[in-house]
Design a protein around this ligand. Structure first.
Ligand SMILES: [Zn+2]
Length: 134
């Protein structure tokens, strides 16, 4: 049996997102009917309830909305990296997204501008992490 990847990048619900990150692009679902951008992906638009959807590339920039310092790893893979900071980022184009805050910033405060950093966590799997914009 082939070793499964973490996360499952072949899950049809999120596969377009992972295909995007592998190319250094940030993609979210966009409602075909009203244009609402949503993350995480879902079967239906939160705004107009349409099930017609596509994927759209958006800018990997935003604002730190909140964060938490993890002293226990959410996955054994990250055990040797604790403590680490998980950011909730409000993207400039609307959706909010979680990701690791990287780059050992001197100061971390909600409201700071951040940019996405694409980092390979295992072969073929790129995470979108975040760093404070200088
Ligand atoms: Zn909609």
């Amino acid at each position: 049996m082939a070793e499964s990847k973490f996360p499952n990048i072949d899950d049809p619900e999120t596969a377009p997102f992972w295909k995007g990150t592998a190319e250094g692009k940030l993609l979210v679902q966009a409602c075909t009917k009203c244009g609402y951008l949503r993350w995480p992906p879902g079967p239906m638009c939160n705004e107009c309830l349409s099930t017609e959807t596509t994927w759209k590339e958006i800018s990997p920039t935003g604002t730190l909305w909140s964060y938490a310092v993890y002293h226990r790893a959410m996955n054994p893979k990250f055990k040797d990296q604790i403590p680490y900071t998980v950011a909730l980022v409000e993207l400039d184009e609307g959706p909010r997204m979680y990701g690791r805050l990287v780059g050992k910033p001197a100061k971390v405060e909600p409201g700071m501008p951040v940019r996405g950093v694409f980092q390979e966590v295992e072969p073929g799997v790129m995470f979108v992490n975040w760093e404070i914009k200088a």
